[in-house]
Design a protein around this ligand. Sequence first.
Ligand code: ZN
Length: 581
Amino acid sequence: MNGKTPQFDRALDEYLSGLELDEKGGQWRTCRFSKEKFYVRPEDINFYKKVCVPLPTLKPNERRRRRVASQNSYNLFKNTSAFSGKRIITVYQPGSPYKVYEHEIWRSDEWDPMDYGSEYTTSSSFFEQFHKLQLEVPRTSLIGDPSNVDSEYTNVSKNLKNCYIVFDQNGGEDLYYHQCCADDKNCLNCWALDYSDTCYECKLSKRLYKCFFCEQCRNCMEDYFLWDCRNCEYCFMSSNLRNKKYYFRNEYVGKEKYEKRMKDIYLGDYTKLQLLIREFEELKTKAPRKPFWNEKVENVYGDFIYNSKNVYMGLYVENSENIAYAEGGDDSADCYDINGGTGNELCYEFSNIWTGNSYNCKFSLNIENCSDVEYSDFCRDCEHCFGCVGLKNKEFCIFNKQYSEEEYWNKVDEVKTKMLADGEYGEFFPPEYAVFPYRLTVATSFLGFRDYGTAAKYGYDTALVEESVEETGGEKVNVSELPSDIRDVKDDILEKVIFDEKNSKSFRIIKPELEFCRRYGLPLSREHPSIRMQKWREGFEINLMFYKRTCDRCNKDIETSYAPERKETVYCEQCYQAEVV
Ligand SMILES: [Zn+2]
C-alpha cells in the first residue's frame, strides 16, 4: 500500500483481515463461473497482500481462459482503416465495432488518444465505462513493429524481414507460415523454433540447421524425422539420441551405408511422404518421454519451463522466478496470472503477448514499459495511469483524462474503493467486454478451451465468425489435382487459386514456398496455411491440467501433462534417463 489511496487501503485491509483461513493459512473457494472448488495457497495469499488485491473469484483455469480470450494473435482479415479509408490487414474482423488504424499510424503522432478523455462517473459500472472508452479510442490493426521490413502479413512480431504469415516471432528472415519464437531464417511450416536455419516442418526445437520434420531437438543438422535428439548429424527417423551421427531408424550404420540408404529416401512425392510421416507419428508415440519437458529448473510445477525457479502452475515460462498461474513469460519475476510478456515484475492479471518491461501493473492488456498502471489497454511508457486506452508516455491519467498528481490519487482512491465494494476490483476485464469474438482468440487456437457452450454460459461471445481473407482470381485447382511429385509442378501454379476441399478454403502457393520445395525436394502442402498452423498448435493444451499416471516402464506413480488416456509413452525421470542413448 502506498498510502495515497487511504480509503481503498482501509477497505482492503478490512477485507483481508476478515478472511477466514484454514490452519495452513490458505482458503478453499468456489469458482464464480464453474462452481468448482479451488484452493488459494498460503503463498498466494501473501502475494495478493503484497500487490494489494482481494482473492480471486475464479479458479486458475477460468482466470486463464479470460486472459487468453482477450487476444487474437492468429486470425488476419482484410478490413478498412478508420483513419485513411485504405484496405488494411488486421486482426479485427469486418463488422468489428472497434476503430482500427494501420499500425504505423497508430504508433505515430497523427492522432491523440487524449482527445477521447472522459470523466469517471459512479452512475454506471467501471467495466461498462471502460468498454465505452475502448470502443472510441482507435486500436492498432496488428501488433506490428516498426522494425519489420516487407512483412505485412505478420502479427505479434518484430525484427522480421521478408516474412509472410508469421506470428509470435522476434527476429527472422525469409520465414513462411511460421510461428514462434526467435531468430530463425529460411524456414517453411515450422513451429516454436529458436535460432534455426533452413528447416521444414520442425517443431519445438533450438539451433537446427537443414532439418526436416524434426521435433523436440537441439543442436542438430542435416537430419530427417528426429524426435527428442541432441547434437546429432546425418540421422534419419530416430529418437532419444545424444551426440550421434549416421543413425538410420535408430541404428548406427556408418557414413557409407547411411548415404546409400538416404539415396533411396525421396520426400518430394506427396503420397510416398505420407508413409514416412505416418512412420514418424508411430515413432513419436513409442519413444519414451519425460513427465514434463522442463529443463534447468528448481521448485517448479508445470511444463515447458526453462531456466527458472519457484514456478507454480506454469507453461512455457523461461528465465523467470516466483511465478504462478502463468503461460508464457520470459525474464520475469514475482508475477501471478500472466500471459506472455518479457521483463515484467510484480504484475498480476496481465495479458501481454509480446509486450513487457512493466513494473507493479495489474489487470491490463498489452501494456508496455509501464509502472503502476491498472485496468489499461495498449498503453506504452506510462506511469500512474488507471483505466486508460492507447496512451503513450503519460502519467496521472484516468479514462484518458489528465489530472494533477493530487487529483489523480483522490480520484483513483474513489474509483478503486467503489470497484472493490462492487466486486469489480480484483477482476480482469469480463468476458462480455472481450475485444474479439471468442472463436478468434488464442483461447480456441490451442486445445483446452473449445467448450463453446460452457464459454457462452460464462458470457463469451461464441458466435461463428465470417471467414478471413479469401483468395479469388485465377484458375481454381483442387488440392487433389496437384501433382504428387514436386518435379511435375509447373511455374504457372503461382497464378492459380488452390482449393483445399477438405477444409473448404482456398489459398495460393507463394513463390518462396515453391522455390523452397523445389530446392529441398518437398511436395507442395495440401492444406490451407491456417489449417496447417492450427494443427501444430493443437498438439498443445493451454489449460493448466496435470494428471496422475504411472510410468510406462516401472509403473511408478508420476504426475504429467499427458492425460492417462493419451497414447504417448511416458516414463518417470529415472527410466527416461536410462533409455536415452
Ligand atoms: Zn519408471
